[in-house]
Design a protein around this ligand. Structure first.
Ligand code: ADQ
Length: 716
């Protein structure tokens, strides 16, 4: 393009030069300089040239346009070259910052060259034209690229994204039990896949219908296998239109902020592990303290959000607490008074009046939230969790006698004598008796509670029915041993890949820098009731008594910080660290150490990987309502391997009788159990594991929820 414009300019210049030559060439040598100057000025003006000049045969300028700087022309050889070659000669130059085109044309007499004519044309417009053309081309290119992108985007959206989205929606709706909705795509590209998914969906819906039918038939048979679907169906049948409201201190989903990114996680809490799957199956609302630093950013104007965030099944309503409330109600009265009072771990409870005041205030705050939630509901079912809310049942029952109130106490209940040291024992027990049903994990905890009521309050106790009547209201007290969501037995599927599992195990140990033959696992909140110090001592005794296992056995302790706002818990964390360092110092070698401590939070899938790679799981709680880690370990061992060592002071030890049951206060006893586990024959391990798995499978969390709800509904 540049070439075309330049050639055009050259051609025009030659034309002009030839026209002028016709005027000045005849008799050139005899023409005066004045005459030539006049011709130059007149012609330059007429043709709108940048300038004109005439040279004699000695290359001296004899006439020049007034606006042309003579020195520039003199510095150029364009005219000289034209005369030498006896033909037109042109060149582009920069003159005083402007681009110009010079064309020299020789002048002749009859025989020879007698001078030259110089045409000067402005060439700046060429650059302008060029940059305009460049901008235009870029704009055109940009528009074309944009158009292509839009077309591609629309094509991907229509041809790929939309059909895939429809498939996902369709599958999700089928998974959620919606039989009618069918959003399957008719896209040609996805037709084979659509057909496959369609028939999968049909099978899913049919399976669900069959499960519902079975659930309906089995309504009365609580001991047949329980699944999330069966619980959903069961709840629909027995609750009809009634709604379940769960209340707990700890929320099931905690939102946190890192930079601008908001994430969430399930806290390390046995209560959450158990109640969350139940809520997913039953729906309803869960009211809890919003403790995450991004919690307030993720709720609507009613402080609610739908959870699980990726696949909503129920509503979470968050209650906010001030620092003072958290300090008095949670750190103080709940965790420094009631918790050590109910758990016999020989930690003295601290009863502060200010904490008690805050505890009462926060129970009132939650009562307010519950009452707001149920204001338009008929006969709602309020299911309160744990020791943080002992006063809440009475508060709700007083305000809404039509509500059915259940309370589940996740920690143990001690003897009447032990409980009697609490200055507010009567208020606590009376508050709890506002509930229609109170559940504990074991019969012993129920007995202890009833005995405490007998000591502290005037009431009518029926030891046959396990009911307590007081002020014309009756409370039923029953054991409901809590469990985990272990519905299909977690058996190995057809695609089980033993080699892959082995490699994953190796990879995990390599990442931790562990080289060992045998692995033990412990998973606990960093809590003094879990007997972690006693466990470390037992490991020390084991290595002393069985030195052949040094460099052959490593114990992995996973213990995320818990209740870290409380001094006792901070001190306990430090003690555990020190004790592990001490024992490691006694035995460790260059490539091996006896104990590895991991304090990071893990997802349940990650914990499952650890459970699967361990030869034994060590649970040495000094006192524990149930202990779900024991059940999680058993549920993960679909290979029939691994040995569970379980403290006799856990609720789980009453059900999981095929574990090696130990007294955690005796280091020797636990050390001996570690030895027995590591030397147990594979057939003995498989025999025990089978029975343990059956126990958990037959009484999973869905059955637990069904039994609790069935009992509560039958009360009226
Ligand atoms: P906890 O004492 O909190 O609860 P526990 O039964 O020991 O409960 O279960 C702890 C839960 O936290 C398990 O589900 C475990 O997987 C999880 N967890 C532990 N470490 C974790 C980590 N690093 N990352 C993520 N999760 C982790 C109370 C009572 C118990 C009772 C339960 C249920 O004290 O006796 O069993 O409630 O009622």
């Amino acid at each position: 393009m540049l070439h075309t414009i330049e050639t055009d300019l050259e051609r025009r210049s030659i034309l002009v030069a030839e026209t002028l030559r016709e005027t000045i060439e005849p008799n050139f040598v005899n023409k005066s300089e004045e005459y030539l100057q006049k011709v130059v000025e007149k012609f330059a003006d007429r043709e709108r040239l940048a300038g004109l000049a005439i040279y004699d045969n000695k290359e001296i300028i004899v006439a020049i346009s007034p606006n042309l700087p003579k020195e520039i022309l003199e510095a150029e050889n364009v005219a000289a070259d034209a005369m030498d070659q006896d033909g037109p000669n042109g060149d582009f130059i920069d003159s005083t910052g402007k681009r110009v085109y010079l064309l020299a044309m020789p002048l002749h007499d009859d025989t020879s060259v007698v001078g030259a004519l110089m045409i000067v044309q402005n060439a700046e417009y060429i650059d302008q034209r060029l940059s305009e053309m460049w901008v235009n081309s870029m704009l055109r290119l940009f528009t074309q690229v944009l158009l292509i992108i839009i077309v591609l985007f629309l094509a991907v959206r229509w041809l790929v994204y939309e059909p895939v989205r429809k498939l996902v929606v369709s599958l999700r709706s089928a998974r959620a039990g919606n039989q009618d909705a069918d959003f399957l795509s008719d896209s040609l590209i996805f037709r084979p896949l659509t057909r496959e998914i369609s028939s999968m969906k049909r099978s899913l819906v049919e399976a669900r219908l069959a499960a519902r039918e079975e659930a309906r038939i089995n309504l009365e048979k609580l001991d047949s296998p329980w699944t999330a679907d069966r619980l959903t169906e069961f709840v629909k049948n027995i609750l009809k239109e009634r709604t379940i409201i769960v209340v707990s201190n700890r929320e099931p989903y905690i939102h946190t902020k890192t930079g601008n990114k908001i994430d969430y996680y399930l806290p390390a809490s046995g209560m959450v592990t158990a109640i969350e799957p139940m809520m997913e199956a039953c729906g309803g609302t869960w009211i809890a303290y919003g403790s995450g630093d991004a919690d307030a950013l993720t709720v609507d104007e009613n402080d609610t959000l739908q959870v699980p965030p990726d696949d909503p099944k129920y509503c979470l309503r968050r209650v906010w607490l001030s620092e003072e409330e958290e300090k008095g109600y949670y750190n103080g009265f709940s965790n420094e008074a009631i918790y050590p009072l109910c758990l016999m771990a020989h930690n003295r409870p601290i009863f502060r009046k200010e904490d008690w005041q805050e505890y009462k205030k926060v129970n009132g705050k939650f009562a307010h939230a519950v009452l707001a939630e149920i204001k338009d509901l008929q006969k709602p079912i309020i299911f309160i969790q744990d020791f943080h809310f002992s006063l809440l049942p009475r508060m709700i029952k007083n305000a809404r006698p039509d509500a059915t109130v259940g309370l589940f106490w996740h920690i143990p209940w001690v003897s009447a004598e032990s409980f009697s040291i609490c200055p507010w024992k009567k208020e606590i027990v009376d508050g709890m008796l506002g509930a229609d049903l109170i559940g504990f994990h074991t019969q012993l905890h129920c007995n202890n509670f009833i005995e405490t009521v007998g000591h502290e309050l005037e009431s009518l106790i029926d030891f046959e029915q396990f009911t307590i009547a007081r002020n014309e209201h009756t409370t039923l007290v029953r054991p409901f041993p809590i469990s985990i969501a272990f519905s299909n037995g977690g058996e190995r599927g057809a695609f089980y890949d033993r080699e892959r599992e082995k490699n994953e195990n190796k990879e995990i140990l390599k990442k931790l820098g562990i080289e060992t033959k045998h692995v033990g696992i412990g998973v606990d909140r960093l809590d003094y009731t879990k007997g972690i110090l006693e466990r470390i001592k037992a490991i020390e005794l084991f290595f002393k008594k069985y030195p052949a296992f040094q460099r052959e056995f490593t114990f992995i302790q996973i213990a995320p910080a818990s209740k870290s706002g409380i001094k006792k818990y901070q001190e306990f964390g430090e003690q555990v660290n020190k004790e592990i360092e001490r024992v490691n110092g006694l035995f460790k070698t260059k490539n091996w150490k006896p104990i590895v401590l991991i304090t990071r939070h893990h997802s349940h899938e990650e914990l499952d990987r650890y459970y699967k790679l361990a030869d034994l799981c060590l649970i040495t709680s000094l006192h524990d309502g149930m202990n779900l880690v024991a059940k999680e370990f058993v549920a993960s061992r679909n290979d029939g391997k691994g040995v569970l060592i379980l403290s006799q002071f856990t609720g789980a030890s009453k059900e999981l009788k095929d574990a090696l049951i130990v007294n955690p206060y005796s280091g020797e006893n636990t050390a001996e159990a570690i030895y027995t586990a590591l030397t147990m024959s594979p057939s003995e391990q498989a025999k025990r594991m089978k029975k343990l798995r059956n126990a958990v499978k037959n009484y999973n969390i869905y059955r637990w929820a069904a039994e609790f709800l069935k009992t509560i509904v039958s009360i009226e």
